[in-house]
Design a protein around this ligand. Sequence first.
Ligand SMILES: Nc1ncnc2c1ncn2[C@@H]1O[C@H](COP(=O)(O)OP(=O)(O)OP(=O)(O)O)[C@@H](O)[C@H]1O
Ligand SMILES: O=c1ccn([C@@H]2O[C@H](COP(=O)(O)O)[C@@H](O)[C@H]2O)c(=O)[nH]1
Length: 236
Amino acid sequence: MAKYKRILLKLSGESLMGSQNYGIDAQRLAEYAEQIKEVSQMGVQIGIVIGGGNIFRGLSGAAKGFDRVKGDQMGMCATVINSLALSSALNAIGVKTKVLTAIRMEPIGEFYSKWKAIEALEDGYVCIFSAGTGNPYFTTDTGSSLRGIEIEADVMLKGTRVDGIYTADPEKDPAATKFSEITYDEIYNRGLKVMDLTATTMCKENNLPIYVFNMDIVGNLRRVMDGEEIGTLVHN
Ligand SMILES: Nc1ncnc2c1ncn2[C@@H]1O[C@H](COP(=O)(O)OP(=O)(O)OP(=O)(O)O)[C@@H](O)[C@H]1O
Ligand SMILES: O=c1ccn([C@@H]2O[C@H](COP(=O)(O)O)[C@@H](O)[C@H]2O)c(=O)[nH]1
């Protein structure tokens, strides 16, 4: 039996680039879709939030002179592009999906509501929550914690390109060591940057555990569902 009944899976937009410098790598997209299908077939209810860093981030836009709010709106549109790509890849392999958007944009997706989402999850749809929180100055990590709490997920799975939380950024510090578990408070106290603080605080205050793992290794999502300890658990 799967370890969790209902999950909120956060996927990194940057990871979707695969080996490219920009955009969507078809192979990485197909691998993500297959992993999600496998877990959906186990009966797990799956909500997904995908980032937009492979296309646009408001902060990088602001650094080039864009208005920050417009830049963030561009970033949110980037998450919609990624959500549509993932939805299409899932549909192509027989998985039913519903794209719900935080900003009204029918017919691209249906306007999000908690109850619509839960009904779709219970009907076996994989729900993709796009456009983040719908507000500027936030990130999709915060969008994930928000949606995870709203849909009453058992856990927020942060599928990223590192295999957990380390004492320092493992992509910069080869001497960094990995935690198998850590509390939210330790994340603050040690100044760890794996997830933004707004998202961490929302999870802490609402008791939503976070599990950070490497989604770029095919089969890992299933391993998490099987209870294998391949990442880092964050809890109170
Ligand atoms: N202490 C740490 N432990 C683990 N990873 C860390 C740590 N500090 C920084 N990181 C970095 O955080 C990154 C993971 O963040 P995330 O998955 O949100 O990536 P992202 O590129 O910001 O995603 P998105 O495109 O969705 O915005 C890793 O690639 C890693 O380099
Ligand atoms: O609630 C939100 C979520 C996201 N944004 C903007 O989108 C980009 C892409 O999201 P990432 O989490 O960085 O992948 C982000 O940089 C913001 O510009 C937002 O404004 N509000």
